[in-house]
Design a protein around this ligand. Structure first.
Ligand code: PLP
Length: 238
C-alpha cells in the first residue's frame, strides 16, 4: 500500500467538490453537508495529513480505535462513532464521541443514558435504520423508529439528532436513491410529531460509492473512507 501527502489532499479536495456539486444540483446549500472522513484501520499519520488539509470530523467504527486515536491526535477533532456499539463498550465511549451514529436498540440507549447521567454529560446520537431489511446489517426496522424516538426522548441525558443508514453495497449508486429518499421521509415523519428533545436535523447517509446520490436526497452527513484514504486491508465494519 502506498500513499503520498498529495493523494490525501487531492482526494479530499475532490470529494469536497463532488459534495458541493451534488448539493448545488439539488438546490441545496453545500454548507449543510458535513464530510466525515472515515479513518478506521488507517494510521494516525494519515489522519494528521487530512487534518492538515482542514479536515476536523473523523469517523471510526471501533470504540478502542477511536479512543486511542483521540488521545494521540489534535484535541479539536470531532470523533464520530459510526460502527456497531456493544453495551459493554458504552462506558468507554461516553464523553469521547461527539456523535454516536449507530444506536440500534432501546437497551443500548438505556445503557447510554445511565452512563451519560453518571458522567454528567449529554450524549448526542442517531438511530441506525436497516432500510433494505438486510440480514447482515445492524439497525432498527423503519416501523420501530417512532416508538424508539419516543422512548429516547424521555431519557434526559440523551439527545436524538436524527437517522443513519448504511445502504446496500452496489456498483450502481442510483439503486440506493430510493433508500435515501425513504430515510429522509422517515425523519420528516418523526419530526412532524414534534417530540420534545428530538430534533431530527441530521441525516447520516452515503459512503464512497453513493455519497453524491445521498447528498441529492438530503444527507447532512456523508461518511467517506476509501474515497479519501484509499482501500483498507480488511473490510472493518462493526
Ligand atoms: C467503513 C464505513 C464507512 C465508509 O466506507 P467507504 O466505502 O470506505 O467510504 C461508512 N460508514 C460506515 C458505517 C462504515 O463502517
Amino acid at each position: 500500500m502506498s500513499f503520498t501527502t498529495d493523494s490525501i489532499a487531492e482526494q479530499l479536495r475532490s470529494v469536497r467538490e463532488r459534495i458541493r456539486q451534488a448539493a448545488l444540483r439539488a438546490g441545496r446549500n453545500p454548507e449543510e453537508v458535513t464530510l466525515i472522513a472515515v479513518s478506521k484501520t488507517k494510521p494516525a499519520e494519515m489522519i494528521q495529513e487530512a487534518y492538515g488539509c482542514g479536515q476536523r470530523v473523523f469517523g471510526e467504527n471501533r470504540v478502542q480505535e477511536l479512543t486511542e486515536k483521540l488521545t494521540a491526535l489534535p484535541q479539536d477533532i470531532s470523533w464520530q462513532l459510526i460502527g456497531h456499539l456493544q453495551t459493554n463498550k458504552v462506558r468507554q465511549i461516553v464523553g469521547k464521541a461527539a456523535l454516536i451514529h449507530s444506536v440500534d436498540s432501546i437497551r443500548l440507549a438505556e445503557e447510554l443514558q445511565r452512563e451519560s447521567e453518571k458522567k454528567g454529560v449529554v450524549t448526542e446520537l442517531l438511530l441506525e435504520v436497516n432500510i433494505a431489511g438486510e440480514e447482515s446489517k445492524f439497525g432498527l426496522r423503519p416501523e420501530d423508529l417512532e416508538s424508539a424516538a419516543v422512548r429516547i426522548a424521555q431519557m434526559p441525558s440523551l439527545k436524538l439528532r436524527g437517522l443513519m443508514t448504511v445502504a446496500p453495497f452496489t456498483a450502481i449508486p442510483e439503486e440506493n436513491r430510493k433508500y435515501f429518499r425513504q430515510i429522509r421521509q422517515l425523519a420528516v415523519d418523526i419530526k412532524d410529531k414534534n417530540i420534545d428533545n428530538v430534533t431530527m436535523d441530521i441525516l447520516s447517509m452515503g459512503m464512497t460509492g453513493d455519497f453524491e446520490v445521498a447528498v441529492e436526497e438530503g444527507a447532512t452527513m456523508v461518511r467517506v473512507g476509501t474515497g479519501i484514504f484509499g482501500g483498507r486491508d480488511y473490510p472493518a465494519r462493526g
